[in-house]
Design a protein around this ligand. Sequence first.
Ligand code: AP5
Ligand code: MG
Length: 215
Amino acid sequence: MIVVLLGPPGAGKGTQAVRISKTFGLQHLSSGDILRAERKEMTELGRKAQDYMDRGHLVPDDLILAMMMDRIGRPGAANGCLLDGFPRTVAQAEGLDKRLSDRGAKIDIVVNMEVDDAEVTRRVTGRWSCPTDGRIYHEMFSPPGKAGMCDDCGTALTRRKDDEPSVVAQRVKTYHAETKPLVAYYQSRGLLRPVDASGTVDAVTVSIEKICRTK
Ligand code: AP5
Ligand code: MG
């Protein structure tokens, strides 16, 4: 099964992807997490991506498609994969469809996580993440047990560089201009499943699980 999580920055894609991939035995592939790892390792791709990411713009489609198709092709979880943050433009979606079809595969479900701009800004600006295991926290909505420390591994939590308010505003703008057209793209292909992502983390998980169980 191939599931895509679509939604604005801060919709809760990463938070839900961790839970859903575990429940359904899917490999969680987050384009943002992979890019941040490439930056940390100072690879050529990481160096090319950093300026776009820091300004809240999208990394060029050809780089993203090559990076993600390489990961999708690797042996992973038995039941398929969960794509988080990819595709993000119509060109990426078309490229993904074509390359999957060449491999005899296809997307099964596109979950569209709907939440308004004011809420995504509140969520992203309060986010803290664990640099070791990727666990995501929010200073008000899902704080760690001990302030500033990951509940699972005790690592000091960090803030993402692109969560600074002016960059968040640009990321939301980029979402509306470049990613939102994917709603119509997947709707016309009968794959889109809308989810109200403004509720609690648990309520959103229940909604997405229900959709994934239909496949
Ligand atoms: P990426 O890392 O994908 O960032 P994003 O899409 O902007 O989304 P986020 O990771 O910020 O939010 P999320 O939806 O995962 O929410 P989260 O679960 O963390 O991309 C970063 C950059 O990389 C891009 O700007 C671009 O430059 C580049 N890039 C990546 N993919 C690309 C692509 N395909 N093409 C081109 N460029 C690409 O939750 C957010 C916060 O809210 C957390 O604090 C969480 O605790 C809290 N929260 C979550 N759910 C709830 C809830 N239900 N109620 C209350 N709080 C909640
Ligand atoms: Mg994320």
